[in-house]
Design a protein around this ligand. Structure first.
Ligand SMILES: [Zn+2]
Length: 147
């Protein structure tokens, strides 16, 4: 069993209702790669969208490809969770939920780990942490980049 010192048994729950369009994203995570959907026409990366919204006339899925990206970005917004209704999370509060502005552009919602919730600020640099689940998937969490 892969564990993370800050995370409870909930990481081993199965994923539910994964959109078929997002399967390549989750397959990338299993390889510890952070994939985004890139437009072959303009090079822009998207998540969770799988078509480029920059071309009114040709937003074709054939023009898109999933590619491994940096898995890095900066904190765009945060909230600190102090109360939970699921007992699996009781030992983890307070914890930080954040919107990450990835270096490639898209905004990505994620749990922050390995940090003091009171010490996280907007624009702090963060990087992905891959947490393997016994349920057969890998979760993309984020932590502050080492200084
Ligand atoms: Zn494009």
């Amino acid at each position: 069993m892969t564990t993370h010192p800050q995370l409870g048994p909930w990481i081993h729950r199965p994923l539910v209702a994964v959109d078929p369009d997002q399967v390549p994203f989750w397959d990338g995570l299993k390889k510890h790669e952070f994939h985004l959907c890139r437009c072959r026409l303009c090079g822009r990366d998207w998540f969770p969208f799988t078509v480029c919204r920059d071309h009114d006339d040709i937003p074709r899925i054939d023009d898109m490809e999933w590619v491994a990206t940096s898995g890095r970005g900066k904190v765009f917004a945060t909230t600190v969770v102090h109360q939970v209704i699921d007992a699996d999370f009781l030992d983890e509060v307070p914890y930080v939920l954040a919107i990450i502005e990835l270096d490639e552009g898209p905004l990505f919602p994620a749990r922050l780990v390995e940090c003091d919730p009171d010490a996280i600020s907007i624009d702090d640099r963060v990087e992905v942490v891959y947490v393997d689940s016994d349920a057969g998937h890998t979760l993309p969490l984020f932590r502050p980049e080492p200084l």
